[in-house]
Write a protein that binds this ligand. Structure first.
Ligand code: ADP
Length: 666
C-alpha cells in the first residue's frame, strides 16, 4: 500500500476537538453568492453579525414538490445545472463549507430552501432536519456508535474474533458494570507479572475535549463516589511510552470519509493535524498523574497553558500538520510508508467494527423502499503513536471540528476569532473533496460519458482496449473540476477490500439480524423474530429445544437491556444477537477458533436461508402457474430480503483469508 504522504504545510493553532452537540452556529452570511475571504473573516469577529440564519424555510413532507430536484432552474435556462447545498444547519463548519462551495461554484442555500436540495450539510446529526431526498453528510446512529462505550464494545467484539488484528485499541473496561472484572483482571495480571506497573485512564462516556478524564495507578483509585453510576465511563490502559517530538506527547487527528455503507467506501485525507502537549512528557508517576498539559493532548485544554505556542510555522507550535511531523520522522529514519499502511489498516478495521450496527440504524431510519436521503460522513480519527511507531486508536469523532479560525483574547474577557491558515488548508480541502466525491452531477456526467464512450468504442477498438482506468482518465479531463487541485482524499476501501473482507463477519451476522427484525423501523428483535431465525436456519434439534432457544433469548436480552443502553425499545439489540450467535456457533462447531466457528455458522445459516428463498420462489411460481392448486408452502410472514452477501463468495473469501493476509502488501 503506497503511503498517502503530502508535502508539509503551514501551521497555526485553532480549536481542534469534537463539535459538541448544540454548539452555536457561526453568524449567517449573505445568502448565496461568493464573498471575498476578508468579508468571511470579518464575520468571524465576535458579535459582528446575527447568530444563525433567521427565518429559515421550514421543510417538511407537505412542502416538497415531488420530483423537483435542485439545479433544475439552470437546466431550464440551458446552463449546466449547479449542485445545490443547504447549509442552514452547518453550524461551526459553515465557514469552511462556504469556501469549498465557492471553489466548486456550487449553489449555497444558507437559509434552507423550499424545494429539495442535492446536498444537506449538517453540523451535528442526521436528525437535524427532515430530509426525504438528496444526500446528507451524516449517518443515522453514528453519534451513538462512536461514543466511548459503544466504540469499545464494537471493537471488543472484533477483538474476540480477531485478537491480533484488533490490537491497536487499548485494553478497556466499561464502568460501572465491568468494575469487578477490571479489578479482577488487573489483580491477575499483576500477580503473574509483579514488575507490571500499569497506569489507567478513565474517560466519561459521551465526554469530549478531555472533559472529566483522569489517570489512576490502581483500580481502587476510581472515583466511584457519586458519578460513576450516573455517568458511565470507559477505563483504559494508558499508553505510557508515546512517541515524542521535541520531548512532547502529541496525537494525530485524521479525517476519514465514509462515503457509503453498502457498498462500503472509505477515503482517508492525505494530511491531518498533530496536537501537542505543552509540558515535556514524563512517564506517569503518582506525582505527575494530574498534570493534564503533560498527559492529555486536547487542544481545548492545552490552549490554557502559558506554554501554548501559536505558530504559522509547520514545524513548530502546539498544532502542526501531520505531514510536517511525518517529515521530521522521516528525517530521523522512521519508516513512514509502513506507518501510513498501519494507519490505513487501523482505519479500515475500525470502520469494519462500526458498520454492522450502523446498518441497523440505517434500515431503521431509512427503510428500504421509503423515500429518504443517502448518507456520507466525515469522521475524525484520533490516533496516538507509540514510541515504536505503532498507531493506537484513541477515539472516533462523529462531528470533528471543522472550524478554520481560533479565538484570541485581546484583553481580559475580550475575544476575537482569527483565521487559522493551517486549519483552512486541511479542512477546506477535506470538505471540498468530500463534496467532489459525492457530487450528484458527476454520476450523471459519468453515465452520459460512458454512453458516449460506448458509441465511440464501436468505431474505435483501441479505446475499448484502454480499460477502465484509462476511461476514468477520459472522465476527469472532460470534467468541470479539471481546474481544481488533485483530491486530498485517498480511497482505501474497496481498494484494499481483498485484505480486509475476511474481517467482516459481524456484518453478515447483522444482515441475518436485519432480515429477522421483520417490522420496518425497529432496531430490536422480538422473541418471535428470534425463534423464526432459529427455525428457518434449522438450528434447533433434540439437543437444543425451542424452550432452550427462549431461555437463551431471555437471558441475553435481559442482561443487555439491564446495561441501560437503550430503553426506548424492548427486545434484543444487535450486540445481544451477536452474543447469542457466538454462543450458538460455539455449541455447534466445538474445538475451532471462535472466528471459524462464527464463519461456519454464518455459512450454514446463509445456505439454509438461500434454500428457503429458493423454495418460496418455486412455491410462488407454482401458485401463479396453478392458481387453484394447493401448494404446501411454509411462510413466516417475513419480508423476503435475501441475506445480503453471497454465501459462496463469502466462503471463498473466508477460505482464502489467511493467504490474503499473509500476502498483505500495501
Ligand atoms: P476526549 O474525547 O475527551 O478528547 P480522548 O479519548 O480523546 O477523549 O482522550 C483525551 C486525551 O487523552 C487524548 O487526546 C490523549 O492525549 C489522552 N489519551 C486518551 N486515551 C489514552 C490512552 N489510552 N493512553 C494514553 N493517552 C491517552
Amino acid at each position: 500500500m503506497e503511503p498517502a504522504g503530502a508535502p508539509p504545510q503551514g501551521c497555526a493553532p485553532a480549536r481542534e476537538a469534537e463539535e459538541p452537540p448544540g454548539s452555536p452556529a457561526l453568524p449567517a452570511a449573505a445568502p448565496q453568492g461568493a464573498q471575498p475571504a476578508a468579508a468571511g473573516r470579518e464575520r468571524c469577529r465576535r458579535g459582528a453579525g446575527p447568530q444563525g440564519p433567521p427565518g429559515r424555510a421550514v421543510r417538511g413532507r407537505g412542502r416538497r414538490a415531488p420530483g423537483r430536484r435542485g439545479g433544475e432552474e439552470g437546466a431550464r435556462a440551458g446552463r449546466r445545472p449547479r449542485v445545490t447545498v443547504d447549509s442552514s444547519k452547518a453550524k461551526t463548519s459553515l465557514e469552511a463549507l462556504k469556501i469549498s462551495l465557492r471553489q466548486l461554484r456550487w449553489r449555497e442555500f444558507p437559509f434552507g430552501r423550499r424545494l429539495p436540495c442535492d446536498i444537506y450539510w449538517h453540523g451535528v446529526s442526521f436528525h437535524d432536519n427532515d430530509i426525504f431526498s438528496g444526500q446528507v453528510n451524516k449517518f443515522p446512529g453514528m453519534t451513538e456508535m462512536v461514543r466511548k462505550i459503544t466504540l469499545s464494545r464494537a471493537v471488543r467484539t472484533m477483538q474476540d474474533l480477531f485478537p491480533l488484528e484488533y490490537n491497536f485499541y487499548p485494553r478497556s473496561w466499561i464502568l460501572p458494570e465491568e468494575f469487578p472484572l477490571f479489578v479482577a483482571e488487573v489483580r491477575m495480571m499483576k500477580d503473574s507479572d509483579p514488575s507490571w506497573k500499569p497506569t489507567f485512564i478513565v474517560k466519561p462516556d459521551g465526554g469530549c475535549q478531555g472533559d472529566g478524564i483522569y489517570l489512576i495507578k490502581d483500580p481502587s483509585d476510581i472515583r466511584l463516589t457519586g458519578s460513576i453510576q450516573s455517568r458511565p465511563a470507559v477505563v483504559q490502559e494508558y499508553i505510557c511510552k508515546p512517541l515524542l517530538v521535541d520531548k512532547l506527547k502529541f496525537d494525530i487527528r485524521l479525517y476519514v470519509l465514509l462515503k457509503s455503507l453498502e457498498p462500503l467506501e472509505i477515503y482517508i485525507a492525505k494530511d491531518g493535524l498533530s496536537r501537542f502537549c505543552t509540558e515535556p512528557y514524563q512517564e506517569p508517576t503518582l506525582k505527575n498523574l494530574h498534570q493534564v498539559f503533560m498527559h492529555l493532548t486536547n487542544y481545548s485544554l492545552n490552549i490554557h497553558s502559558g506554554n501554548f505556542i501559536h505558530s504559522d510555522n509547520a514545524n513548530t507550535g502546539s498544532k502542526r500538520t501531520f505531514s510536517s511531523v511525518l517529515c521530521r520522522l522521516s528525517s530521523r529514519g522512521a519508516d513512514v510508508k509502513k506507518l501510513w499502511s498501519d494507519i490505513i489498516s487501523l482505519v479500515i478495521k475500525t470502520i469494519i467494527a462500526l458498520t454492522p450496527e450502523l446498518k441497523v440504524y440505517y434500515q431503521s431510519d431509512i427503510p428500504a423502499g421509503k423515500p429518504g436521503p443517502t448518507c456520507f460522513q466525515i469522521l475524525g480519527f484520533d490516533i496516538l503513536l507509540m514510541k515504536n511507531l505503532k498507531p493506537v486508536l484513541l477515539e472516533v469523532n462523529a462531528n470533528p471540528s471543522m472550524r478554520i479560525e481560533h479565538e484570541q483574547e485581546l484583553s481580559p474577557g475580550v475575544f476575537e476569532n482569527v483565521p487559522s491558515p493551517v486549519d483552512e488548508e486541511v479542512k477546506v480541502a477535506v470538505i471540498r473533496d468530500t463534496l467532489r466525491l459525492v457530487d450528484p452531477q458527476k454520476k450523471k456526467r459519468k453515465d452520459v460519458q460512458c454512453q458516449t464512450l460506448e458509441h465511440v468504442s464501436e468505431a474505435n477498438e483501441e479505446l475499448l482496449d484502454a480499460g477502465p482506468a484509462d476511461r476514468a482518465e477520459c472522465d476527469t479531463t472532460q470534467s468541470p473540476e479539471a481546474g481544481l487541485p488533485s483530491l486530498c482524499l485517498k480511497q482505501v476501501f474497496p481498494k484494499y477490500a481483498k485484505q480486509f473482507n475476511y474481517l467482516r463477519l459481524v456484518d453478515r451476522v447483522a444482515a441475518l439480524f436485519i432480515r429477522f427484525l421483520g417490522v420496518k423501523g425497529t432496531t430490536k428483535l422480538g422473541p418471535t423474530g428470534f425463534r423464526t431465525f432459529i427455525r428457518n436456519c434449522k438450528l434447533s434439534n433434540s439437543n437444543f429445544s425451542m424452550a432452550s432457544v427462549d431461555i437463551l433469548y431471555i437471558d441475553i436480552t435481559r442482561r443487555w437491556n439491564s446495561m441501560g443502553i437503550d430503553h426506548k425499545e424492548s427486545g434484543m439489540c444487535l450486540q445481544a444477537f451477536v452474543e447469542a450467535f457466538f454462543c450458538l456457533a460455539q455449541k455447534k462447531y466445538k474445538s475451532l477458533p471462535l472466528h471459524e466457528q462464527v464463519a461456519s455458522l454464518i455459512d450454514f445459516c446463509e445456505d439454509q436461508l438461500a434454500a428457503l428463498d429458493e423454495k418460496r420462489l418455486v412455491c410462488g411460481r407454482g401458485i401463479v402457474e396453478r392458481r387453484s392448486a394447493v401448494v404446501p408452502c411454509q411462510t413466516d410472514g417475513l419480508h423476503l430480503t435475501p441475506a445480503a452477501p453471497t454465501p459462496l463468495l463469502h466462503r471463498m473469501a473466508t477460505a482464502s483469508k489467511f493467504s490474503d493476509y499473509r500476502n498483505h502488501r500495501y
